[in-house]
Design a protein around this ligand. Structure first.
Ligand code: PGA
Length: 265
Protein backbone atom coordinates (compact mmCIF):
# COMPACT_ATOMS: atom_id res chain seq x y z
CA UNK A 1 0.00 0.00 0.00
CA UNK A 2 1.44 3.40 -0.89
CA UNK A 3 2.04 6.08 1.71
CA UNK A 4 -0.85 8.31 0.67
CA UNK A 5 -3.37 5.47 0.76
CA UNK A 6 -2.30 4.33 4.21
CA UNK A 7 -2.41 7.88 5.60
CA UNK A 8 -5.67 8.93 3.98
CA UNK A 9 -8.37 6.40 3.22
CA UNK A 10 -10.33 7.56 0.19
CA UNK A 11 -13.83 8.72 1.05
CA UNK A 12 -17.07 9.29 -0.85
CA UNK A 13 -19.81 11.38 0.71
CA UNK A 14 -23.25 11.92 -0.73
CA UNK A 15 -25.79 14.51 0.32
CA UNK A 16 -29.49 14.13 -0.39
CA UNK A 17 -29.90 17.86 0.43
CA UNK A 18 -33.67 18.30 0.45
CA UNK A 19 -34.28 16.16 -2.63
CA UNK A 20 -35.32 12.91 -0.93
CA UNK A 21 -37.56 13.92 1.93
CA UNK A 22 -40.15 11.27 2.69
CA UNK A 23 -39.14 8.50 5.04
CA UNK A 24 -40.42 5.94 2.56
CA UNK A 25 -38.32 7.28 -0.34
CA UNK A 26 -35.21 7.81 1.77
CA UNK A 27 -35.39 4.29 3.20
CA UNK A 28 -35.98 2.78 -0.22
CA UNK A 29 -32.99 4.56 -1.76
CA UNK A 30 -30.70 3.85 1.19
CA UNK A 31 -31.59 0.15 1.17
CA UNK A 32 -30.44 0.05 -2.46
CA UNK A 33 -27.24 1.88 -1.59
CA UNK A 34 -26.59 -0.59 1.19
CA UNK A 35 -27.16 -3.58 -1.09
CA UNK A 36 -24.85 -2.16 -3.74
CA UNK A 37 -21.95 -0.77 -1.69
CA UNK A 38 -22.65 -1.46 1.99
CA UNK A 39 -19.97 -4.14 2.25
CA UNK A 40 -17.27 -2.04 0.65
CA UNK A 41 -14.44 -1.48 3.10
CA UNK A 42 -11.55 -0.21 1.04
CA UNK A 43 -12.95 3.27 0.93
CA UNK A 44 -15.07 5.15 3.46
CA UNK A 45 -18.61 6.19 2.59
CA UNK A 46 -21.05 8.51 4.26
CA UNK A 47 -24.62 9.47 3.43
CA UNK A 48 -26.04 12.81 4.53
CA UNK A 49 -29.81 12.30 4.34
CA UNK A 50 -32.37 15.06 4.60
CA UNK A 51 -32.34 15.75 8.35
CA UNK A 52 -35.95 14.71 8.95
CA UNK A 53 -35.19 11.19 7.70
CA UNK A 54 -31.91 10.63 9.49
CA UNK A 55 -33.29 8.34 12.18
CA UNK A 56 -34.84 5.62 9.97
CA UNK A 57 -31.95 5.88 7.52
CA UNK A 58 -29.51 5.38 10.34
CA UNK A 59 -31.42 2.30 11.52
CA UNK A 60 -31.11 0.76 8.03
CA UNK A 61 -27.36 1.41 7.99
CA UNK A 62 -26.73 0.18 11.52
CA UNK A 63 -24.58 -2.77 10.38
CA UNK A 64 -23.42 -1.27 7.11
CA UNK A 65 -20.04 0.10 6.14
CA UNK A 66 -21.86 3.22 4.99
CA UNK A 67 -21.88 5.82 7.76
CA UNK A 68 -24.47 8.49 8.36
CA UNK A 69 -23.92 12.21 8.68
CA UNK A 70 -25.97 15.31 9.47
CA UNK A 71 -26.22 18.06 6.87
CA UNK A 72 -26.15 20.63 9.64
CA UNK A 73 -26.09 21.04 13.42
CA UNK A 74 -26.71 23.81 15.88
CA UNK A 75 -23.53 25.65 16.90
CA UNK A 76 -24.39 24.88 20.52
CA UNK A 77 -24.90 21.49 22.08
CA UNK A 78 -28.04 22.49 23.98
CA UNK A 79 -30.10 25.40 25.16
CA UNK A 80 -32.37 28.05 23.74
CA UNK A 81 -31.83 27.43 20.00
CA UNK A 82 -35.36 27.04 18.63
CA UNK A 83 -35.56 25.09 15.42
CA UNK A 84 -31.98 23.85 15.39
CA UNK A 85 -30.84 20.24 15.59
CA UNK A 86 -28.47 19.40 18.41
CA UNK A 87 -25.39 17.30 17.82
CA UNK A 88 -26.53 15.22 20.81
CA UNK A 89 -29.53 14.02 18.78
CA UNK A 90 -27.29 13.22 15.84
CA UNK A 91 -25.04 11.12 18.06
CA UNK A 92 -28.06 9.44 19.62
CA UNK A 93 -29.34 8.51 16.16
CA UNK A 94 -26.01 6.97 15.16
CA UNK A 95 -24.59 9.84 13.10
CA UNK A 96 -20.81 9.98 12.85
CA UNK A 97 -20.19 12.86 10.48
CA UNK A 98 -21.35 16.48 10.37
CA UNK A 99 -21.41 18.59 7.22
CA UNK A 100 -20.43 22.15 8.08
CA UNK A 101 -20.47 25.37 6.10
CA UNK A 102 -21.97 24.16 2.84
CA UNK A 103 -22.39 27.03 0.36
CA UNK A 104 -26.18 26.76 0.61
CA UNK A 105 -25.96 27.30 4.36
CA UNK A 106 -23.55 30.19 4.00
CA UNK A 107 -25.48 31.90 1.22
CA UNK A 108 -29.17 31.12 1.83
CA UNK A 109 -29.09 30.84 5.62
CA UNK A 110 -26.41 33.48 6.17
CA UNK A 111 -24.21 31.20 8.22
CA UNK A 112 -21.17 33.12 9.44
CA UNK A 113 -17.56 32.01 9.77
CA UNK A 114 -17.97 32.30 13.53
CA UNK A 115 -20.86 29.83 13.53
CA UNK A 116 -18.93 27.51 11.25
CA UNK A 117 -15.98 27.64 13.63
CA UNK A 118 -18.24 26.85 16.60
CA UNK A 119 -19.74 23.89 14.77
CA UNK A 120 -16.31 22.52 13.83
CA UNK A 121 -15.11 22.77 17.43
CA UNK A 122 -18.24 21.15 18.84
CA UNK A 123 -18.12 18.32 16.31
CA UNK A 124 -14.47 17.53 17.04
CA UNK A 125 -14.95 17.86 20.77
CA UNK A 126 -17.68 15.22 20.68
CA UNK A 127 -15.64 12.86 18.52
CA UNK A 128 -17.54 13.18 15.26
CA UNK A 129 -15.94 13.93 11.92
CA UNK A 130 -16.57 17.33 10.34
CA UNK A 131 -17.05 17.53 6.59
CA UNK A 132 -15.94 21.13 6.36
CA UNK A 133 -16.92 22.76 3.07
CA UNK A 134 -14.76 25.52 1.63
CA UNK A 135 -14.61 27.05 -1.81
CA UNK A 136 -14.46 30.32 -3.68
CA UNK A 137 -17.72 31.93 -4.80
CA UNK A 138 -16.51 33.01 -8.21
CA UNK A 139 -14.06 31.43 -10.58
CA UNK A 140 -10.72 33.17 -10.22
CA UNK A 141 -8.27 33.37 -13.05
CA UNK A 142 -5.11 33.17 -10.99
CA UNK A 143 -3.91 30.82 -8.30
CA UNK A 144 -2.89 33.56 -5.88
CA UNK A 145 -6.50 34.74 -5.62
CA UNK A 146 -7.80 31.23 -5.01
CA UNK A 147 -5.12 30.65 -2.43
CA UNK A 148 -5.91 33.84 -0.53
CA UNK A 149 -9.61 33.06 -0.41
CA UNK A 150 -9.19 29.43 0.66
CA UNK A 151 -6.56 30.26 3.26
CA UNK A 152 -8.89 32.84 4.83
CA UNK A 153 -11.76 30.35 4.98
CA UNK A 154 -9.56 27.65 6.50
CA UNK A 155 -8.09 30.01 9.11
CA UNK A 156 -11.47 31.40 10.13
CA UNK A 157 -13.12 27.98 10.30
CA UNK A 158 -10.34 26.54 12.44
CA UNK A 159 -9.77 29.28 15.03
CA UNK A 160 -8.74 27.65 18.32
CA UNK A 161 -8.91 24.12 16.93
CA UNK A 162 -6.07 22.05 18.26
CA UNK A 163 -3.71 20.88 15.49
CA UNK A 164 -3.96 17.33 16.83
CA UNK A 165 -7.67 17.33 15.93
CA UNK A 166 -7.33 19.01 12.56
CA UNK A 167 -6.21 15.77 10.93
CA UNK A 168 -9.67 14.27 11.69
CA UNK A 169 -11.38 16.83 9.48
CA UNK A 170 -12.48 16.02 5.96
CA UNK A 171 -12.10 19.18 3.88
CA UNK A 172 -14.61 19.33 1.08
CA UNK A 173 -13.41 21.69 -1.62
CA UNK A 174 -16.58 22.91 -3.29
CA UNK A 175 -16.15 25.91 -5.58
CA UNK A 176 -19.53 27.57 -5.24
CA UNK A 177 -19.79 28.30 -8.97
CA UNK A 178 -19.52 24.57 -9.74
CA UNK A 179 -22.36 23.43 -7.46
CA UNK A 180 -25.68 22.57 -9.10
CA UNK A 181 -24.30 22.77 -12.65
CA UNK A 182 -24.32 20.30 -15.52
CA UNK A 183 -20.54 19.94 -15.32
CA UNK A 184 -18.06 19.96 -12.47
CA UNK A 185 -15.11 22.34 -12.35
CA UNK A 186 -12.44 21.29 -14.81
CA UNK A 187 -10.30 18.51 -13.36
CA UNK A 188 -7.01 20.37 -13.78
CA UNK A 189 -8.45 23.39 -11.94
CA UNK A 190 -9.58 21.02 -9.16
CA UNK A 191 -6.19 19.36 -8.94
CA UNK A 192 -4.45 22.73 -8.64
CA UNK A 193 -6.83 23.86 -5.93
CA UNK A 194 -6.29 20.67 -3.96
CA UNK A 195 -2.53 21.10 -4.23
CA UNK A 196 -2.96 24.64 -2.93
CA UNK A 197 -5.10 23.47 -0.01
CA UNK A 198 -2.55 20.84 0.98
CA UNK A 199 0.10 23.50 0.78
CA UNK A 200 -1.90 25.91 2.94
CA UNK A 201 -2.41 23.19 5.56
CA UNK A 202 1.30 22.48 5.47
CA UNK A 203 2.16 26.08 6.06
CA UNK A 204 -0.42 26.64 8.80
CA UNK A 205 -0.33 23.37 10.72
CA UNK A 206 2.83 21.55 9.65
CA UNK A 207 3.49 18.57 7.44
CA UNK A 208 2.40 15.83 9.85
CA UNK A 209 -1.10 17.28 10.12
CA UNK A 210 -1.33 18.33 6.48
CA UNK A 211 -0.49 14.84 5.26
CA UNK A 212 -3.37 13.31 7.15
CA UNK A 213 -6.24 15.62 6.20
CA UNK A 214 -8.50 14.20 3.54
CA UNK A 215 -9.39 16.74 0.87
CA UNK A 216 -12.32 15.83 -1.35
CA UNK A 217 -13.97 17.60 -4.26
CA UNK A 218 -17.67 18.46 -4.53
CA UNK A 219 -19.72 20.26 -7.16
CA UNK A 220 -21.62 18.45 -9.94
CA UNK A 221 -19.68 15.21 -9.56
CA UNK A 222 -21.03 12.40 -11.72
CA UNK A 223 -20.07 8.94 -12.92
CA UNK A 224 -18.84 10.62 -16.11
CA UNK A 225 -16.42 13.13 -14.60
CA UNK A 226 -15.31 11.43 -11.36
CA UNK A 227 -12.47 9.44 -12.85
CA UNK A 228 -10.51 12.52 -13.97
CA UNK A 229 -11.40 14.45 -10.84
CA UNK A 230 -9.87 11.93 -8.45
CA UNK A 231 -6.84 11.25 -10.62
CA UNK A 232 -4.48 13.23 -8.40
CA UNK A 233 -2.77 12.28 -5.16
CA UNK A 234 -4.23 15.31 -3.37
CA UNK A 235 -7.84 14.42 -4.21
CA UNK A 236 -8.89 11.90 -1.59
CA UNK A 237 -12.44 11.37 -2.76
CA UNK A 238 -15.59 13.21 -3.74
CA UNK A 239 -18.68 14.78 -2.23
CA UNK A 240 -21.60 13.86 -4.46
CA UNK A 241 -24.98 15.54 -4.88
CA UNK A 242 -27.75 15.10 -7.47
CA UNK A 243 -25.87 12.85 -9.86
CA UNK A 244 -25.49 10.14 -7.24
CA UNK A 245 -29.09 9.95 -6.07
CA UNK A 246 -29.84 7.03 -8.35
CA UNK A 247 -28.30 4.07 -6.53
CA UNK A 248 -26.63 2.59 -9.61
CA UNK A 249 -25.01 5.91 -10.43
CA UNK A 250 -23.77 6.16 -6.87
CA UNK A 251 -22.31 2.67 -7.03
CA UNK A 252 -20.52 3.51 -10.27
CA UNK A 253 -18.96 6.58 -8.62
CA UNK A 254 -17.81 4.51 -5.64
CA UNK A 255 -16.36 1.85 -7.95
CA UNK A 256 -14.48 4.42 -10.01
CA UNK A 257 -12.98 6.13 -6.94
CA UNK A 258 -11.90 2.76 -5.62
CA UNK A 259 -10.37 1.69 -8.94
CA UNK A 260 -8.56 4.98 -9.44
CA UNK A 261 -7.13 5.02 -5.97
CA UNK A 262 -6.08 1.37 -6.15
CA UNK A 263 -4.39 1.97 -9.47
CA UNK A 264 -2.42 4.82 -8.02
CA UNK A 265 -0.84 2.45 -5.49
P1 PGA B 1 -24.31 18.84 -6.75
O1 PGA B 1 -24.14 19.09 -5.20
O2 PGA B 1 -23.45 17.67 -7.11
O3 PGA B 1 -25.76 18.54 -6.92
O4 PGA B 1 -23.84 20.07 -7.44
C1 PGA B 1 -22.88 19.00 -4.63
C2 PGA B 1 -22.79 19.72 -3.34
O5 PGA B 1 -23.45 20.76 -3.16
O6 PGA B 1 -22.06 19.26 -2.47
Amino acid sequence: MNEVFSLRKPIVGISFKNYINSIRDACYVVEQFDKLTGKENEIDQVIFPSLGTIYPVSAILKDSNIAVGAQNISPAKEGAYTGEISISSIIDMGGRYVEIGHAERRIIFKETQKMINEKVKLTLELGLIPFLCIGEEVKFENLAQIRGDLEKQILESLVDVSPSLISNIVLAYEPVWAIGQQESADHSYVHHSHDLIRDILNELYGETVAKKVRIIYGGSVSKNNVSKLVNSSNVDGVFVGRFGHLPLNYKRIVDIVKEQKENSI
